[in-house]
Design a binder for this molecule. Structure first.
Ligand SMILES: *[C@@H]1O[C@H](CO)[C@@H](O)[C@H](O)[C@H]1NC(C)=O
Ligand SMILES: *[C@@H]1O[C@H](CO)[C@@H](O)[C@H](O)[C@H]1NC(C)=O
Ligand SMILES: *[C@@H]1O[C@H](CO)[C@@H](O)[C@H](O)[C@H]1NC(C)=O
Ligand SMILES: *[C@@H]1O[C@H](CO)[C@@H](O)[C@H](O)[C@H]1NC(C)=O
Length: 520
């Protein structure tokens, strides 16, 4: 008999309570982050700001980020209960840097005029300044300092933070995540002084992070499931052994690692923009309504259901989705005009939950680690829907043993074949036995959401798992390539840099026959 089958008999009623406990554990032990949205207005067909405020309220969104300090918009948000991040645009950086009298006037006219009726919580000083074609980088920190001094002057500095959204291109290295570092030429002139200022003022770094860009440029190398927070084997960081189950966490932790390398590991990060377009040009691989719904929907689940990233497990992750509306006057590729969750008519481009209540009402909710595909999305299901559950060999022995005990005990998995002398006893390793038992349970539960977790020691795979018995062998091959402790052939790639971990071509036929060798 094959040691991994897809169809086993149903029923294991006790199991439910165990998973309910697990779910509770992941949902409630840590503080969740918050979800806000970017309200860009580069369009000529948007609803009035007053209507936008009503729209946000109706969606339960209570944080918004703007790209300026437009008077009508700030007035509309007065007494709305919605917190607002405003921006000082790049064009004003040189003036703001030159003279505090400029920022005094700016803060007076554009901030203190509206605060506190409008709950301004932060000022983004510039946006992605390091990639501004006008090269405004040298103005950034002086401008931030002046804005902060002006806030102090009006006694606003304790309640209103200053920061500046950086693009991920500020990083020199982002893979492995733990080796993240900033571009050398930025470190001394701007990164360190900026982080100093953020630390002194109790503020945080704003990061614009787009897994979509990494994916669309490397669609052959990056797993779409990994980019969209769907079930996937994950990527283990070869530096610190932490496992990443989604690309956004990896991107954010690369920035944390870069800050830690400069000894600013106490400064926190907010994701000031992240999103996925619902349409794109033909070369913008992955831009689709289904993928955008999956990315944003699963992101909301992840942010509201779990606290930090693998490197910063205790720091909740706050994000601002990009963006509220499709903006018809943005230039560039088609995707640029299609990041919106809403059409200008206020009709939804796709339907995703945006609040904790929405998440718990949605059909596929509550599955601990937020890797559940948004329901209805069939664009990337594995071929013929075949999936198996296997143990993660990187888990602690104790956790694996607990999972195995549960699966074979209460869980009601069929564990006779892994008893000594039985057909699937070999290979006689904890990982292989746990994989067998986990999969048996998973199939028994009809591959239901949340039935392949076992305290985080299991994951779903889309290839017959006999291959996974041969980790040790694969690992040896990995060592030759020096690039992966990743134990899955499908995502042996370098995450962000786009460099690839190449499996030597000549090994391919060997991998193909492995499953047959391993069948008992
Ligand atoms: C207020 O901000 C707008 C744009 O954000 C700017 O054009 C205007 O000059 C600012 N007011 C002052 C007094 O600086
Ligand atoms: C660059 O600076 C020029 C002159 O100040 C201005 O007209 C232009 O809009 C700026 N471009 C960008 C992208 O900020
Ligand atoms: C931008 O300005 C900095 C100094 O202010 C300079 O070192 C750098 O070469 C400039 N970059 C470009 C692309 O002009
Ligand atoms: C997170 O919090 C837990 C419990 O308070 C603590 O044991 C753990 O060391 C913290 N982890 C980090 C990385 O700070």
């Amino acid at each position: 008999m094959p040691c991994f089958s897809q169809n086993q008999s149903m029923m294991a009623p006790l199991a439910f309570s165990f998973f309910f406990l697990l779910i509770s554990f992941f949902s409630f032990t840590s503080e969740a982050g918050s979800v806000g949205i970017n309200y860009g207005r580069i369009a000529n067909d948007l609803p009035t700001p007053a209507k936008v405020v009503e729209l946000l309220k109706s969606q339960g969104l209570n944080r918004v980020k703007l790209y300026d300090t437009d008077s009508t918009v700030l007035t509309a948000f007065a007494n709305s209960g919605i917190k607002v991040v405003v921006a000082l645009p790049n064009e004003l950086l040189s003036n703001a840097a030159a003279d505090q009298s400029f920022t005094d006037a700016w803060v007076k006219a554009n901030i203190s005029n509206y605060y506190p009726a409008t709950q301004i919580e932060a000022i983004a000083v510039g946006n992605e300044v390091f990639v501004d074609p006008n090269n405004t980088t040298k103005f950034l920190v002086p401008a931030m300092k002046n804005v902060h001094a002006s806030l102090s002057k009006y006694n606003l500095d304790t309640n209103i933070k200053i920061s500046s959204p950086i693009a991920l291109s500020a990083l020199q290295t982002s893979f492995p995540v733990s080796s993240g570092s900033f571009k050398t030429e930025l470190v001394e002139p701007v990164i360190k002084p900026m982080l100093d200022l953020l630390r002194q003022t109790g503020s945080y770094l704003m990061v614009n992070a787009y897994p979509f860009f990494a994916y669309t440029a490397n669609a052959d190398k990056i797993s779409l499931d990994y980019a969209l927070f769907k079930d996937n084997p994950g990527v283990v960081d070869s530096g610190n052994g932490l496992k990443y189950t989604n690309l956004l966490d990896a991107q954010i932790d690369a920035v944390y690692a870069a800050m830690t390398a400069l000894q600013y590991n106490d400064v926190k990060i907010t994701v000031s923009e992240t999103g996925w377009p619902s349409a794109g040009d033909s070369n913008e691989v992955g831009a689709s309504p289904e993928n955008a719904a999956s990315y944003n929907g699963n992101l909301v689940r992840r942010v509201l259901g779990q606290s930090g990233t693998p490197l910063k497990p205790n720091d909740s992750l706050d994000v601002f989705l990009f963006a509220l509306f499709n903006e018809n006057q943005k230039t560039g590729p088609t995707s640029e005009r299609n990041y919106g969750l809403f059409y200008p008519s206020e009709k939804k481009v796709y339907d995703i939950p945006l609040t904790a209540d929405g998440v718990s009402d949605a059909p596929s909710s509550g599955v601990g680690k937020s890797q559940t595909p948004v329901s209805g999305d069939v664009s990337t299901t594995s071929h013929q829907g075949q999936t198996w559950c296997v143990a993660n060999g990187g888990s602690s022995e104790e956790k694996l043993q607990n999972g195995l005990n549960y699966a074979c005990g209460e869980g009601g998995a069929d564990c006779t074949p892994i008893q000594p002398g039985a057909t699937c006893y070999n290979p006689n390793t904890l990982e292989a036995h746990a994989s067998y038992a986990f999969n048996s349970y998973y199939q028994k539960k009809a591959r239901g959401a949340g039935t392949c977790d076992f305290g985080g020691t299991a994951y779903v795979v889309t290839q017959p798992p006999s291959k996974y018995y041969y980790h040790q062998l694969l690992f040896a091959v990995c060592l030759v390539n020096l690039c992966c402790r990743v134990r899955d052939l499908r995502i042996s790639h370098r995450i962000l840099s786009g460099e690839r971990c190449m499996w030597p071509e000549f090994l391919e036929p060997f991998f193909r026959i492995l499953p047959f060798i391993t069948r008992v």
